[in-house]
Design a protein around this ligand. Structure first.
Ligand code: SF4
Ligand code: MSK
Length: 653
């Protein structure tokens, strides 16, 4: 294959120059990537894509024929509605459990810090901890900080069980929304309880009413957004610091050809925080010099990258679909992983280079990787060991194979709710005033992953660009944030890309029109901000000119996030079709009926121009409902929408 045809293929797979260059190298060197494996999987199972297959028991597996010609019932008698709803509920439980378990790890370490056992950490934001303690009813005045911390940890640990009526942070939800949840019976109780109940309900012969199953699926999602994820975010801020605006850099250009490069990949900030510190140890820097490097360079991937960028300004090498390509630079001594979104394939790709894959969570081992069990009580020693392992790999690097294809792009991160309110003078009033005046039409959370079925980052970048051009403030997390960073849309000077109203606000405050709010668990920050805006106006969240979008989602965590965002009253547009279209009833409920139940619904629109148009019209409707000046927005003609074809069969060629 000629290099020009190779480039052409790479351009269809990703909009990023660094990824295109590495895809070409992978192909030239015969290294399989996610796109090759997607092509090899074609055609993917149509029953599964529609949510119509079930293997919940040993009378199956079963499938329902969507054309009405084959079987319409599984062996147990479950039809399309029940099977689709059960599958969706199980996905939400898996995603919610992932965030919940991440939150529990942080919580247990926080308790251990308070007991003086995990000495590698400290309570970095004591003021926030005291605020949280007051919020959940723990007395702080006149008591040692450690005692308060233990009591706070115990209250939040109780949230995982079932001892209280509802989760502690449900108190943050506007009263009208809480009343709605109560009337629907979907107030989240224990975090673990909702997830376990979801698994119970979807066992054969339990919940055989799809509406009932889906209502509990929303409750399961809510136990994530206002429970597991929120606990993870809040206590990470307490232990590692609440983010404030910070400049950093992004893309494969953040790797250093002359340094020991270590990529931190996964989700939990506990490990990355101590590795960053270890990499600054003069003894280890000297050791790196002794093997010929000029220093030690820590970079992030996926949400660990977002955590490190938000709090410490550490550069990010890329988002989800960059995890194999970063290895193909040949410049990485170690990829250190914990859990979630780490492809098993990284071990295979790393074998083509000198790179060590170091797994660290006993919950997430990788055959072929080097495992170092992470123990928060020995965090410093373990971080030291990991950095030494990376340094030891440096002499094995083949410098002739090192390809760092681009220069890094600058980006700004660090917009916690506290930082946003701080920039506004400590109150949401200036933001509310700007929205009321129409200077800012509304706000949209653009979140979620990459999915190789779509050209990488195209939807994130285009959708965001169209929204800010329409004076809509964009809040980003996860891989969507990294995509926008790479595109240069997250700098104060990118205000020039926005419409005149949003531009004027951003220029006055010195902030980008696209605000980085953190990792996947930090979508809980967006819930807190939405609740604060609603409370300030004395309305429910669903009345606000807000929307959500997950243009390139792939993970079960994203399904859980979508569930809690919608159940909290924010309509959400997905760019990738979820596996529910085998049941017209379920689709009608999610994309229509839910609006009358929780005041928000889902839509699926892969075209970023049409998605932006749909969102703008939704926001104008909400403005009208609040009695604010609104504009009529014409629907975009699909023929005029310049969108690339989604990838599917044959994408590997
Ligand atoms: Fe088939 Fe019902 Fe068992 Fe599912 S639960 S595999 S539909 S028999
Ligand atoms: S890492 S869940 S691919 S956003 Fe949080 Fe990115 Fe999605 Fe993983």
């Amino acid at each position: 294959m000629s290099s020009s045809s190779g480039n052409c293929r790479a351009r269809r797979l990703t909009v990023n120059e660094d990824a295109q260059a590495m895809i070409d190298v992978a192909r030239a060197e015969g290294i399989d990537t996610v796109w090759d494996r997607l092509a090899a999987q074609q055609p993917q199972c149509g029953y599964c894509a529609l949510g119509l297959s079930c293997r919940n028991c040993a009378m199956g597996p079963c499938r329902v024929d969507p054309f009405g010609e084959g079987p319409q019932k599984g062996v147990c008698g479950a039809g399309a509605d029940v099977i689709v709803a059960r599958n969706l509920g199980r996905s939400i439980a898996a995603g919610s459990s992932s965030h919940a378990d991440h939150g529990r790890d942080i919580l247990e370490t926080f308790r251990s810090v308070a007991r003086g056992k995990s000495t590698g950490y400290r309570i970095a934001d004591q003021a926030k901890m005291i605020r949280l303690a007051a919020e959940v009813g723990v007395a702080a005045e006149g008591r040692p900080v450690e005692e308060v911390a233990i009591d706070l940890a115990d209250v939040l640990l109780d949230d995982y069980g079932t001892r209280r009526g509802s989760l502690s942070f449900v108190e943050r939800v506007p009263e009208a929304r809480r009343a709605r949840w109560e009337s629907l019976g979907i107030t989240p109780r224990g975090v673990d309880r909702e997830n376990v109940e979801m698994l119970h309900r979807t066992h054969m012969g339990v919940d055989n009413d799809y509406v009932n199953t889906l209502l509990h699926a929303l409750r399961t999602g809510l136990s994530d957004g206002w429970g597991g994820s929120m606990i993870a975010t809040e206590l990470s801020d307490v232990m590692f610091g609440t983010p404030t605006p910070v400049m950093s850099e992004v893309n494969l250009g953040v790797l250093r050809a002359d340094q020991v490069n270590i990529a931190m990949h996964g989700h939990n900030p506990m490990l990355s925080d101590v590795v960053i510190t270890a990499a600054q140890d003069p003894e280890l820097i000297e050791l790196a010099r002794s093997v010929g490097a000029t220093g030690i360079n820590i970079v992030g991937l996926c949400c660990t990258g977002n955590e490190m960028l938000m709090r410490r300004g550490v550069p990010v090498a890329g988002n989800h679909l960059m995890q194999e390509l970063v290895l193909i630079t040949g410049a990485l001594e170690a990829m250190v992983v914990d859990y979630q979104c780490i492809m098993p394939s990284v071990v295979d790709v790393a074998k083509c280079y000198h790179t060590k894959i170091i797994s660290t969570s006993d919950k997430a081992k990788f055959t072929g990787a080097t495992h170092v069990t992470f123990d928060p009580e020995r965090s410093d020693a373990i971080a030291d060991e990991i950095v030494r392992m990376a340094i030891e790999a440096y002499p094995d690097r083949n410098h002739e194979r090192v390809r760092i294809p681009v220069e890094p792009v600058r980006m700004m991160g660090g917009f916690s709710v506290e930082a946003i309110l701080g920039a506004l003078g400590g109150t949401p009033k200036p933001l509310v005033d700007a929205i009321a005046a129409g200077t800012i039409r509304g706000a949209v959370a653009v979140v979620g992953c990459n999915n190789p079925k779509l050209p990488q980052d195209l939807e994130h970048i285009e959708l965001t660009r169209h929204l800010i051009e329409n004076d809509i403030l964009v809040l980003v997390t996860g891989c969507a944030a990294v995509a926008n960073g790479k595109a240069g849309q997250m700098l104060p000077e990118s205000a020039a890309l926005a419409g005149p109203g949003l531009r004027s606000v951003c220029e006055a405050l010195g902030i980008p029109p696209v605000l980085h709010m953190g990792s996947c668990v930090d979508n809980s920050r967006i819930m807190v901000l939405a609740a604060a805006l609603a409370d300030f106006l004395g309305v429910d969240i669903d009345q606000l000119p807000l929307a959500g979008a997950a243009p390139e989602w792939y993970s079960e965590k994203a399904v859980s996030i979508g569930a809690y965002v919608v159940a909290s009253g924010i309509t959400t547009v997905l760019g990738v079709q979820p596996a529910v279209f085998g049941s017209p009833h379920v689709v009608e409920l999610l994309a229509g009926g839910l609006d009358g139940v929780v005041g928000a619904k889902f839509a699926v629109e892969p075209d970023p121009v049409r998605a932006a148009n749909l969102i703008r019209r939704h926001i104008e409707n909400k403005r009208q409902g609040l009695g604010l000046p609104f504009a009529e927005v014409e629907a975009v003609d699909i023929e005029t929408a310049p969108v690339e074809q989604p990838l599917g069969a044959g994408s590997g060629d």
